[in-house]
Structures are given as C-alpha cells and as structure tokens.
Design a protein around this ligand. Sequence first.
Ligand SMILES: [Zn+2]
Length: 411
Amino acid sequence: MTSFDTELKERLVRYCAIDSQSNMDSPSAPSTECQHDMLDLMVRELTEIGASDVTKTHYGTVIATIPGTAPGPTIGFLAHVDTAPQFNATGVRPRVVEGYNGGTITYPDDPKLVLTPEDFPYLASKVGHDIVTASGLTLLGADDKAGVAIIMTAMRHLLETPEIKRPTIRVAFTPDEEIGRGVDERLPADLGVDFAYTFDGGDLGEVTYETFSADFAVVSVTGVSIHPGWAKNKLVNAIHLASRIVETLPQVTMTPETTDGTDGFIHAVDMQGSAARMELRFILRDFERDGLEAKGALLRQVCATVAATEPRAEITCTITPQYRNMRYWLETDMTPVDLARAALSDLGIEELSVPIRGGTDGSRLTEMGVPCPNLFTGMQNVHGPLEWVSVQDMAAATRLCLRIAERAAEA
Ligand SMILES: [Zn+2]
C-alpha cells in the first residue's frame, strides 16, 4: 500500500505555519485578510497537481474539479482553511515528534506545558506514530489543515494514478468555518455534487452524521437612565435586570459544563452594556428540534418573568437559527454514510459513529440539500496549545478518501 506519510507531514507543517485565523467580529467575507494566504496557496497547489476549473469564488471558497475516469455520482470533498479564534494562532511553529515513544511530550517555547498519555489516552495508542504539535505558544491548526492536507494528498495521488477508477470529484476549501460562516448560500450550486464529505473529524474511524441543532439568542435589556442623585423611584438599572435573567436560568443543569452525551444546553456566551442598556448573548444547543425549541421557550419565559417585575424596563429576546442536526436529512438517504462505512470496512478500520456536540460546514450543506457527513482526520485537543495529530491517522484518512472515490465508481 502507498505510504502518504512524508507528503502529509510536509503539507501539514507548511499549512500550519500560515496564519489563517478567522474573526467573529469582522463583517467581511472572508472575515480576515490573512485567510487569503491559505486560499491562494490552495489555488496554486491545486493547479500544480493538475486539477481543472480551479476557482476562488467571490465569497473566498476555493473550488476545483478532479475529472472522473468512470461513471458514478459526483462527490465533493471539503475542508476549512481557517483556524479557531479562541487561542493564539499567529507564528505557529509546527514540529514533528518522529516515532513517538509513548512518553511525555514537552514544548520548546513553554517549558511548563506537557502532553501526556495519562491525560490523553488516545495518545497512548499512537506509539510509533509521527506526532505533529505546535511549539507551546499557539494552537497547531490541524483543525482543519489536517483535512486540507488529506484531500490535497488524495487528489494528487488520483491525478497521478488514472488507473484508479473514480467518478468526477469536486474539492472545496472554505474560509470562516470556525465562526459559523463557512457555507455561502451560493456554495451548493457552485459545488454541483450529489453528496459530499468534510474531513474535519477527530479519532480514527469517525464517521459523523449526527450533529447538534443550534440557535443563537440575543437578549436586550433597556432600563431607565437618570442621574443617580435624583434617581429615587425613577432609575431602572439594566445591569440588575440582566443579572436576574442570568441567575434565573438553570445553573446546575442545561449548561455546557453540566451536560454531555445527547443532552442540550443554554450557554451564556457574552454580556455587555451599562446601567442604561445591557445585551446578553446565548447559544442554544440540542440534538432534537423540540428540545431546541423548549430551550428557546425557557429563555423567553425567563425574560418575560423578569420583565413582569419591572414594567418600566424593556426586555426583548431574539432567537435566530444557526444550523440543524444533519441526521434529519441523512436518515432519509444514507447513501453517503453507507459508502463511507463500506470504504472503512474495506480498509479494516473500525467505524466510530458518535453524535458530535457541535456543527460542521456539513450541517449547513446538508440542510441546503447537499448531504454531507463528516470524516475523521486524527486531530486532537483542537483550539488550544496541546493540539496534535498523528501523521499515520491522516494517512488512514487519505486512504479512506481514495477508497470512497473508488467504491463510488464501482457502484
Ligand atoms: Zn474544524
């Protein structure tokens, strides 16, 4: 079997060193100028490997075609080029721990930081693997540059090996996934595929077709502002009312820190303002539509209850949908999931299907009519300084990508 280790290692190190962090507070698309460095590199590298129709769209997504050598459904492979805004992503210095010996991994730029197999049992199962980490001061960005490297390596191999039967493949590298803006409304039409896969998952064997359903809520509290010296019986302090809303919401249940498995939550993510006006932001998550609706109803009810205690204040609660559990669409047609499962089994890799407590670009795409499960890359401890990935896990994902293409042509 072809070993892709060297190519994957080189690609990952090259991509991770490029700063392409997205920014929630920026209104532009892509949200940061620096993401163009990765996107333009993708245009160059896709052209170099001989892909056709290489295009950077107005909304920043890079799309290309790998022409088919056999009939079959048109398949999309996607990964995102941005890295998470939650941790320093500037000046990433990736390094490779060759042939991991099973011990503690230390970091050149932060002597206090350690990655141990005791804390992270998955690492204990990777003895002998080549482990890529950052240097201690930044995240690595394997999320999702591991996905980018996997797709690029698989497509390079397909273009050089036309005897492997494959249907037409479309590749897309998206910006701004980490801030929930990775899927432009024009993407499904521009992509033009029967179904697609994101390579944006974790452990070896992961095939995800179930994600959270997600809403975003903004609560605004407007009090009555007046000079405190003349405020008696007149001033209505928005800070007190906003605090009461937070205090009335569940604290020991229904929060991210008190739930796991299939339980959803209401998460207070931001609170800003003054005595005159406060704004609170929440994310609502649940695997089921009715569970999500119930969380929205609870938040509205708490707002209404607090509002009733102070008629002079104005409290509004605006809830907007973000994405929905991809299972609702995939369960009506499991073709892409079954294809990935069969390809995994061909490779002798055990399938791991766990609902993920989050969303992917595939959640939105699926909802927009492009069924799009998520596949493993090997990435671990993402969005922080202990992020790492095994090159051999990435090689297994590369073989999965190739096997999916081959099987689709056989079908
Ligand atoms: Zn990701």
